[in-house]
Ligand binder design. Structure first.
Ligand SMILES: [Fe+2]
Length: 295
């Protein structure tokens, strides 16, 4: 995330809010086939691992239809369910633009799809990550409200030197969150559910810590951008995630967090509510506090 308070001008061809046409008709058969291949791999593996609300979202949005989704069709269904829309953007957008879209119940998505060489790892989020990973839960009214509340919190926080803390909250919930449902851990973060390897690792591997989410703890914790996570934060319900977000007064929390040291990705605190004390055996060489843009 950049630290600008007002966004630079959008790139040529983009509207004032940075959106661009999806140009759905321009996708090639090979691009549709890549979507289908990724979709089949994830949708075969996720039942029993992912939050049932995610699968319900795929179903009610009719995302099981073959080929890359058309954002207009998807938005029409989503708008009827929760008032959200999906729009295309040319890449990462400035923070204020991103937050404003979320606050207005608009999800910005990349329109390109990865190549075969990038099937298991790519740095910029593509349409499979953005749409398969993020959109199904936007059909859930509570999670949809959380995303809007996050965007509103982001807009209020501009100028408070807190973007890295908001990015961590997004990272540990929207991107890499776990949920405990009916006593079982399930996946809901888009970064996990759109990744074959991390969908297995996040639930099964003994290496990472898994602790219950509180906002203060998550916003104090660094994260890894280029490998599986060393710590996952677990929510009890989407209602609890929304409640924590709307009940938190962020400005004093930022001030409080500025007075204490950040926590590394492998740290545990005595007050943590630990579900899994990880072995950290997987941890790679990259443990620095390097953080990237949200989205
Ligand atoms: Fe994402």
């Amino acid at each position: 995330m950049s630290s600008v308070k007002t966004s630079p001008a959008p790139p040529p061809g983009a509207a004032a809010d940075w959106t661009i046409p999806q140009d759905w008709r321009r996708y090639t058969p090979a691009e549709h086939a890549m979507w289908d291949r990724l979709f089949e791999r994830q949708s075969n593996m996720l039942p029993g691992r992912v939050s049932p609300k995610f699968l319900q979202g795929l179903d009610v949005l009719r995302m099981t239809k073959p080929g890359i989704p058309d954002f207009d069709e998807l938005s029409e269904r989503l708008q009827n369910l929760t008032g959200w829309r999906v729009v295309a953007v040319p890449g990462l957008v400035p923070d204020d633009v991103f937050f404003r879209h979320l606050a207005n119940r608009t999800f910005v998505a990349g329109r390109f799809i990865r190549t075969l060489a990038q099937i298991d790892y790519l740095q910029e989020p593509d349409i499979f990550h953005d749409v398969f990973g993020h959109v199904p839960l936007l059909a859930n009214p509570v999670f949809a409200d959380y995303m809007q509340a996050y965007g509103e919190g982001g807009l209020r926080s501009l100028g408070m030197n807190a973007l890295h803390r908001l990015a961590r909250l997004y990272w540990y919930t929207v991107e890499f969150g776990l949920i405990r449902e009916d006593g079982d851990l399930r996946l809901y973060g888009a970064g996990i559910v759109s990744s074959y390897g991390e969908s297995l690792f996040a639930l099964d591997d003994p290496s990472p810590h898994r602790i219950r989410l509180n906002l203060r703890r998550a916003m104090r914790t660094c994260y890894k951008i280029d490998d599986y996570q060393q710590i996952y934060f677990v929510i009890d319900s989407y209602e609890d995630l929304l409640r924590q977000t709307v009940e938190t007064d962020f400005a004093p929390l930022y001030a409080e967090l500025d007075a204490v040291a950040d926590l590394s990705v492998d740290a545990l605190l005595p007050e943590d509510d630990v579900l899994t004390h990880g072995t950290q055996s997987y941890a790679s060489a990259s443990t620095a506090c390097l953080e990237k843009e949200i989205g």
